[in-house]
Design a protein around this ligand. Structure first.
Ligand code: PLP
Length: 385
């Protein structure tokens, strides 16, 4: 079986696992305890926080450890919506039509039940949000702007620094979901000018179930989760020490090895894009051709059931992903496919191939031998249905 779904999740790096292990057994203390078991655990969390802050170029006290990227997004959106309402009665949340459900569903709920008003920014055909659109939509009643750094489905990278600049000029906090981006892109929050940044450990060879939110000092954030005073009282709950240690080590290694990792995946990714577009009729690249994640290839194939194609690929030994949510009997193109203007006959046939540390040229050659035939097979079956 060839794994080509690294945007869904990555295996834990062995070096990461090694540094985590002692904190499950010998060094099992609660970081809030006063005795030396606690002190040891607290030192591990402090050291992890410093490591993460080093990569993000911020103060350690600006890092909040969470349970996943989704929680980081929730903390940012909910916390700042409430915080800014208390501060100056701002009630608009400005976000885009390309966001992951961790942001979009949270925005929808804030609108339905918490009196927040949401404005959805359009995407262009490549899935990008323009700084000009943000500038037009932003106003003194905007509580938060949230635009993702890189899109999970189509790999498009947004002009985050320019969007941040627009927000900064208006004095409005800017959040970016960098859960996909952090594996390959710079996450220096000063250079980017971001106020809140979400990360999730399992996208860059760290463990699942741990994330972080960068919160710039002075940001109006009222935590939705209350309890003990952990994480500067912004995220109550006993810290998951081994996972936090693993998260920090995985992020450190990612920053250190970024260039090599890009050099490994990008030529293979380009080979996939070039071959598929040439060999498969009625195929399109989704997302931006240049401003895209280096491990990310995504396509749509006209008149193909994307879920059927995934099943055929799985049977042939390849684990890939798609962008259509399979609702029983009535599959729908994803919101992102709709937002980039694809009609149903194209949008249902999406395929995402994402590469990583275990991908070899032989894997890519094998995929490229099979994929054109499998698309045709899926097309024939889909047309009959
Ligand atoms: N945001 C984006 C862009 C993602 O791709 C994902 C996961 O796929 C998430 C948020 C959610 O992250 P987690 O799985 O850590 O909750």
């Amino acid at each position: 079986m060839v794994y080509l779904d690294y945007a869904a999740t990555t295996p834990v790096d062995k070096r990461v696992l090694e540094v985590m292990l002692p904190y499950f057994s010998d060094s099992f203390g609660n970081p809030s305890s006063v005795h030396r078991y606690g002190q040891k655990a607290e030192a591990a969390v402090d050291s992890a926080r410093e490591t993460v802050a080093g990569v993000l170029n911020c103060q350690p006290g600006e890092i909040v450890f969470t349970s996943c990227g989704t929680e980081s997004d929730n903390l940012a959106l909910r916390g700042v919506s409430i915080g800014m309402r208390s501060k100056n009665n701002a009630k608009w949340l400005l976000t885009s039509k390309g966001e992951h459900p961790a942001v979009s569903k949270t925005a929808e709920q804030l609108e339905e039940h918490y009196g927040v008003q949401v404005e959805w920014l359009e995407l262009d055909e490549y899935g990008q949000v323009s700084p000009e659109a943000v500038e037009k939509a932003i106003c003194c009643e905007t509580a938060l702007v949230s635009v993702m750094y890189a899109n999970n489905e189509i790999g498009t990278i947004n002009p985050i620094a320019q969007i941040a600049e627009v927000c900064r000029k208006q004095g409005i906090p800017f959040h970016s979901d960098a859960v996909q981006a952090a594996a390959y892109l710079q996450v220096d929050v000063q250079a980017l000018g971001i106020d809140l940044l979400s990360l999730g450990g399992h996208k860059f060879y760290g463990p699942k179930g741990v994330g972080a939110l960068y919160v710039r000092k002075g940001t109006a954030l009222i935590p939705p989760q209350t309890g003990g005073g952990q994480e500067s009282a912004l995220r109550a709950g006993t810290q998951n020490v081994p996972y936090i240690v693993g998260f920090a080590e995985a992020l450190r290694l990612t920053a250190e090895e970024r260039e090599q990792r890009i050099l490994h995946v990008k030529p293979l990714r380009d080979q996939i894009i070039g071959t598929i577009l040439e060999e498969v009729t009625d195929s399109l690249l989704t997302g931006h051709p240049i401003s895209r994640l280096p491990q990310h290839a995504s396509f749509v194939f006209k008149d193909v059931d994307g879920n059927l194609l995934l099943t055929l690929l799985d049977a042939a030994g390849f684990a890939c992903s798609s962008g259509s949510a399979c609702k029983t009997g009535n599959p729908e193109p994803s919101e992102v496919m709709k937002a980039i203007g694809l009609t149903r006959d194209w949008g249902l046939g999406s395929l995402r191939i994402t590469l990583g540390s275990g991908t070899s040229p032989a894997h890519v050659d094998a995929l490229l031998r099979e994929l054109p035939k499998l698309v045709e097979k899926a097309r024939k079956i889909s047309r009959k249905q």
